[in-house]
Design a protein around this ligand. Sequence first.
Ligand code: HSE
Length: 420
Amino acid sequence: MVKVGILGVGTVGESVAKILLENADIIEARAGKRVVPVIGAVRNLDKKRDVDILLTDNPLEVIENEDVDIVVELMGGVEEPYTLVKKALEAKKAVVTANKALLAYHRYELQAIAKDIPLFYEASVAGGIPIIGALRNGLSANHILSIKGIMNGTCNYMLTKMIQERANYDEVLKEAQDLGYAEADPTFDVGGFDTAHKLLILSSIAYGIDAKPEDIIIEGIEDITQTDVEFAKEFGYEIKLLGIAKRVEQGVEMRVHSTMIKADSMIAKVDGVMNAVSVVGDCVGETMFYGAGAGGDATASAVIADIIDIVRGNSSPMLGYKKGLESGLALVAPETITSQYYIKLKVVDESGVLAKVSSILGDYDISVESMLQKPSQLANRVRLLFTTHLCQEKKMKEAIEALKALDVVEERVTMIRIEK
Ligand code: HSE
């Protein structure tokens, strides 16, 4: 029999304990041994929970409990779980974590501490979708050419409602919070940080890149308006918050931002709270993984898959590399990435304005792919919308500053990157 202790018995922890008990026979058949949840640590012992295990408010009682073979960490946060996971590994206990923020900051230290002790984390990225297993095992023969993922259900839910129902940003954020999709602090969702944590984890497995959130472009969906959604449609795009990692000549680009993608692409059709990750490998071509990225039972499904793998004796290396990391791959500096862009400007409606705007774009080597001019609600103002051919991020940002400095252009200029 294998005994499990759970740090953090909230929505996911309750589901883990419940499913381990309810699906005990199939889990035993697959793992080869009976797996039993025995103890859980919670912050508040007075809060009623729907689990039939011993509870304590001291996490060390879980880690130091001689009966516990596998520690499951579902607490959230970074430094406290880091200390506890480290202690568990030092006590030679296998660990399963769903904590993306912990791994975004400490995955390499934890890998060094864990060595041969299993430290599995399938639930940390895209909840119930087995994307870590796919990258670590199923796709391990490939050079990974790109990863593009919708990995935050809250943002995808909000954008879907804004696109399909013309809903207003604040209303849909409130709905996502009421439905329990959003993080305690929704800035993590709408600001792109949650997606970035997940992208960093996947990029370590795909490329061996040890980047931190502050090293990559992280933008959210806060600036997207109904106008952008509608103009995107006119250009044949939908707007999604994507985490993108891709191999280019100079290394690996990693970025999280609102992205215009072709409306007929598979990932554009991923709606509501669902997540999806497209991975392109040099041998396999494009693969696509779709499913629930959040929720107690879906996330518990991934946590328990890890427990089963550990009980079976799976010794896949934590970040996918047994012998050092793939050589020669560096993170591309954010300002040197290249992309196509959508730009929205509000300008004074008078002669010569378009010429001034296009002259600045020309000065920065920015070639326009398509252009629309639309009336604004304000008198004597019009909206100018451009999509561009590929250009360098640095040049685009400088051009935007130069455009803002024109007295005929209003302060707020929207820029959305386009992925084809
Ligand atoms: N807040 C996250 C989301 C939950 O909306 O997808 C899973 O990480």
